[in-house]
Write a protein that binds this ligand. Structure first.
Ligand SMILES: Cc1cc2nc3c(=O)[nH]c(=O)nc-3n(C[C@H](O)[C@H](O)[C@H](O)COP(=O)(O)OP(=O)(O)OC[C@H]3O[C@@H](n4cnc5c(N)ncnc54)[C@H](O)[C@@H]3O)c2cc1C
Ligand code: SF4
Length: 567
């Protein structure tokens, strides 16, 4: 029987996970005067050495492609560290027929070191979608409840954008956007012809000095981390102010296994694996913020079984693990001949799109539920490993003629990625695999995932729209999507868009939800779940801005409850 080491002191709050949700909670709770400990399953991060923003391919062994080109699927040497589709020693499983994929980051800051920084607000209708079309459920909160927190998050982290007054894409507190690139002006002109809005995108990248952080220098490498903290990561933007309070203790390499209850039914401690010593430890706190990411949070609660909660902590409703969704994703693109002869020009910018297409058919009758937006890619960014794969596959020959072909084709392709809303269904959820444990002996998650008819029709609509825009812009449409097969209309497998949400949802009734509208467990008042597990629906908007707004709101509520002595 391993010895369990008890932490010498009790904290006011223990936060589990240091990503978007955990980082936000750490800032608000410590600045509010509470003594906070944070458990993070990954190692510490030093941006100066761990981010490879300005490393050239020729500085890396095998130019970053790995021995025999084997690294090309993951390009880990071209990304911020410790984010992957496969975490060694920490597997997950899929039930027969399910192909869910799970991207996790094991590092301080979590996936906010890797994310695309697209920072969109949900619209008022997104919070009351059931009242509008009868599907899914309404949130127990409205846009008006969350809007002040969107304001606070945007004002603090810095998001660029423009005021557009589009009902499906509410405006925020914006820094000035960067100018459109050449490729984006082609898309914009095509969209104008088709009466589709194409507007400056909204990204958590600062275009002016902001709260002591220097502005973006337009190297275009956000996915590799930003040494100057000019884009948002929890590790560089949320955790430093928490540390400055002197009330914050970060414990890296600490994998929470189980939350344990006291005799009075409150959560009392968390048992965790210290990965560096492989020992089991316990940390005591008056309240717990579970922010390990949607599916890890569900896993932790499901694994925290007791006589009071035999189906998992705070799970008297049985909803934990249920209502899992991801964004509907389908991609296509176009070859634009006018770009072939384009002289070298300045394509510098942020590491993401400068323009995007918000959902525009909200006032029409569509043959699928809800909506989607379109993200743009392509152009003359620094070529990465694998950039010319397709040209090499299509072109004959090798040597100088092949290189010439690659140069000619470079920057002539514009990519379109649809991101749309999935309606929760009974067949899609995660539970604990009864027969598999990870390297630390912790039972792993098993995924069950199925798209519904509406999502497939939405993917079809995306493909048609991509084609319309490409052709209106004078390009040749290109897509691998087929109407049938495993991925009808190019719909990606569940999880691939990395917008998994909903597994510990909030709601007004403890019978049909696990959390109240402040992310507080109905069953155990000193447990809060502030990541996207709490979402009730998965609107087309990328979730992270909303995660931070909800975590900020929940943390202010927790502070208030602590001050009133209710925790
Ligand atoms: C490549 C990529 C691009 C993306 N692009 C966008 C985008 O443009 N816009 C957008 O809105 N979203 C985007 N996302 C999604 C975004 O990253 C997530 O929504 C966001 O990071 C989720 O925040 P979180 O706090 O819930 O979890 P995470 O950021 O995943 O952080 C969770 C942390 O908890 C830790 N943890 C897990 N389990 C335990 C445990 N048992 N004990 C202790 N610690 C634990 C993990 O190690 C991790 O550090 C993208 C994601 C990726 C990977
Ligand atoms: S593009 Fe800007 S924000 Fe992104 S890594 Fe470069 S400097 Fe940082």
């Amino acid at each position: 029987m391993p010895q369990i080491l008890r932490s010498p002191q009790a904290y006011d709050v223990c936060i589990i996970g240091s990503g978007a949700a955990g980082g936000t909670a750490a800032k608000i709770l410590t600045e509010g005067g509470l003594k906070v400990a944070m458990l993070e399953a990954g190692p510490a991060l030093d941006p100066a050495t761990d981010f490879k923003e300005h490393v050239w391919p020729y500085q890396l062994p095998h130019r970053g492609a790995g021995v025999g080109g084997k690294a090309t699927a993951d390009f880990t040497e071209f990304l911020a560290p410790n984010g992957s589709w496969d975490i060694p020693g920490e597997p997950y499983t899929n039930a027969p027929g399910s192909r869910f994929q799970w991207f996790r980051s094991r590092i301080v800051g979590g996936r906010t070191n890797h994310w695309g920084r697209i920072a969109l607000r949900c619209a008022p209708v997104d919070f009351r979608a059931r009242s509008t079309d009868g599907m899914g459920d309404d949130w127990p909160i409205s846009y008006e409840d969350v809007a002040p927190y969107y304001d606070k998050v945007e004002s603090y982290i810095g998001v660029f954008g423009t005021k557009e007054n589009i009902p499906s894409a509410p405006d925020g507190v914006f820094l000035p956007p960067p100018r459109p690139r050449c490729t984006e002006t082609i898309v914009k002109k095509a969209c104008d012809q088709l009466r589709i809005p194409c507007i400056p995108s909204r990204l958590a990248v600062i275009t002016q000095a902001h709260h002591g952080r220097p502005p973006c220098h337009y190297c275009g490498q956000c996915g590799r981390g930003c040494i100057t903290a000019s884009n948002f990561s929890s590790s560089q933007v949320m955790l430093p102010p928490a540390e400055q309070t002197g009330r914050f203790t970060l414990i890296p390499n600490a994998m929470a296994r189980e939350i344990l209850l006291a005799k009075d039914g409150r959560a009392q401690s968390v048992s965790y694996v210290d990965k560096t010593t492989r020992s089991e430890k316990k940390l005591y706190a008056k309240a717990f913020v579970v922010a390990a990411s949607t599916c890890e949070s569900a896993r932790l609660l499901l694994n925290s079984k007791s006589s009071t909660f035999p189906e998992g902590l705070a799970n008297s409703s049985g909803v934990i693990g249920r209502y899992l969704t991801d964004s509907v994703g389908s991609s296509g693109g176009g070859f634009f001949p006018q770009l072939v002869k384009m002289p070298p020009h300045n394509h510098d910018g942020v590491g993401g799109m400068h323009m995007y297409i918000p959902w525009w058919k909200y006032d029409r009758k569509n043959d699928f539920a809800r909506g989607y937006h379109i993200e743009l890619s392509g152009g003359r960014h620094m070529p990465g490993v694998g950039e010319f794969y397709e040209t090499c596959e299509e072109a004959e020959g090798y040597g100088v003629p092949l290189k010439q072909k690659c140069r000619e084709m470079y920057g002539t392709y514009i990519g379109f990625s649809g991101r749309g809303e999935m309606i929760p269904n009974q067949q899609t959820y995660c539970d604990i695999d009864p027969s598999v444990v990870d390297e630390w002996g912790i039972p792993v998650l098993r995924f069950h995932f199925q798209w519904g008819e509406s999502e497939i029709k939405m993917a079809r609509d995306m493909q048609q729209t991509f084609r319309d825009i490409v052709e209106a812009g004078g390009g040749t449409f290109y897509s691998k999507a087929r109407a049938d097969g495993a991925h009808p209309y190019g719909i990606h497998d569940g999880g691939v868009i990395i917008h998994e949400l909903g597994t510990v949802r909030m709601g007004s009734s403890p019978k049909t939800s696990a959390l109240n509208s402040y992310c507080q467990a109905h069953d155990v008042k000193n447990v809060f779940v502030t990541d996207a597990a709490c979402f009730v629906s998965n609107p087309d908007k990328n979730p992270t801005l909303t995660i931070m707004a909800l975590s900020w709101r929940a943390s202010e509520y927790l502070l208030d409850q602590a001050q009133k002595g209710n925790l």
